[in-house]
Design a protein around this ligand. Sequence first.
Ligand SMILES: Nc1ncnc2c1ncn2[C@@H]1O[C@H](COP(=O)(O)OP(=O)(O)OP(=O)(O)O)[C@@H](O)[C@H]1O
Length: 526
Amino acid sequence: MATNADFPKFSQTLDLIMYQQKSPFEATFPTLHKQLYKLVCKVRSQKLIPKKCKSTTLDLLAHLEKSHELGSSSTGRQLLALLRTSYITSLLEAYDEVARTHWNVSLPEVSSSSDVENEDGPIVKVVQLVKSSEPLGATIKYTADGSVFIARLIAGGAAEKSESIFPGDQILSINGVNVDKKEPKDIVALLNSSENSTVTFKILPTKLRPCLSAEKLYKNKFLRAMVDYDPMQDGLHPCPTAGLSFSRGDFLEVLHCDDRHWMQARCIEQAGAGPSHVGVIPTDEQLSLYHDLSTDENDKNRFLPGYEPICQLTPKSDAMRTLVLIGPPGVGRNELKRRLLLHQPHKYVSTVPHTCRPPRPHEKDGIDYHFVSRPQMEEWLIQGRFIESGEYNGNLYGTLDDALLTAISRKQMPVINAHPVALRVLRTARFKPLIVFVQPPDIGTLKKTRGKLLGAKSVHTKRFSDADLEAMVTTSKTIEANYGHLFDASIVNDNLETAFATLLSTLQWFETMPCWVPADWLVSSS
Ligand SMILES: Nc1ncnc2c1ncn2[C@@H]1O[C@H](COP(=O)(O)OP(=O)(O)OP(=O)(O)O)[C@@H](O)[C@H]1O
């Protein structure tokens, strides 16, 4: 027989289903999602009390099936069918197993939170938390007279989950020890030293409950870090140990944004590693304080400010992106591009540049170059229509934006080897570039593979001096330092065959998997 005590377990299980399934589930079955949501609400409000089932969620589902609680509509039947799929059933079984496990924690007999009358008058609250390996998940601050207050709760931490402690609450004592004027290290020691399995706080609750959400301060909850950040190096961080360090190019999920200067975020899961812990990081406004002070010329190339709002782009077979190969001169971008065009000539295409120099005898207009007049080139330059342009031997050269747009409109993927500076123009919704960094291997491998001619394998074969190869490695490092956060993928070109195979699998990945792109790409294309 289910008791009320079993309901948290069941409702957590449903939370789990909704959380795990949310995006595909909600997107594919919006009506079913609504039904499931209603079910969770019903269970939560305990209006739905199954009398005939045991405490396992699978039993509860069996009960729902028999009792027609969900109605006999096709949506209700579909929902049950979905809940019965092997994926969901396994999830429920796993959860039941976890829920059945006895965790060896002896919960206190007193209620976890109770209001008691303080002798001096104001209502104080006693909050008792079960100790676990996870930290309390709260930072503290002091007033001038040494009183200790909760500064912020870390999203998803033990204090927040307790729903009994809030920012602004004053901590009067921990396990009966008065904390007034105690140093942070003494408070940490108090939290850790308690002998029993619980920690008891006496709290003077705040009258103001801050309720700013991430959405209110940040239109977009997901951000790409454009700078490196280490809270331990940040003298202005209110609590460096509760901070989160991240590197340029990391994807962050903002969970809380309590004020204009600090917010809570975690690094989004990357390549199999789970999401990072939640930590306090500076907002854009706070970060700009540090970078305003920067005199580093390279910062200007890094597309500051500190964060770029991002969203997930779901690949569509009829929406082409531009493949941009970035890398130091001589690293092999032309060779990779040449192989790609040969591999699928109908899909991957090259763009023909414009020039105002006269054609050479063997050159064909529209194939080697588009030959146009100098005034025409200058007019396009003024209009900002070139992706890249330059002057060589008194003649202008450039790649027109139309060249890319025409290929994209024909459902082809233009491939260009661009200078990183061109990313400023290219990285927009019009071209939706997929930016692949081609980097050289270590200098030893580079000397082995490029120091000698490749025989008759390629008509483009070049010979490099040791100085050329060393310059290639140095330039590669500079490009990565300045633009690495904008790269979607990196390929090491040690062996041409494997580098090309990696390029193909990278392209396949981006053609089939959702990926993070600047949020305005989707806004401007919708
Ligand atoms: N992995 C490799 N092993 C050996 N040789 C290579 C490799 N990759 C490229 N090469 C050779 O290096 C030379 C330079 O390559 P490529 O022209 O493709 O470089 P690039 O990045 O396009 O440089 P640039 O922009 O200066 O033309 C070519 O002769 C190419 O065949």
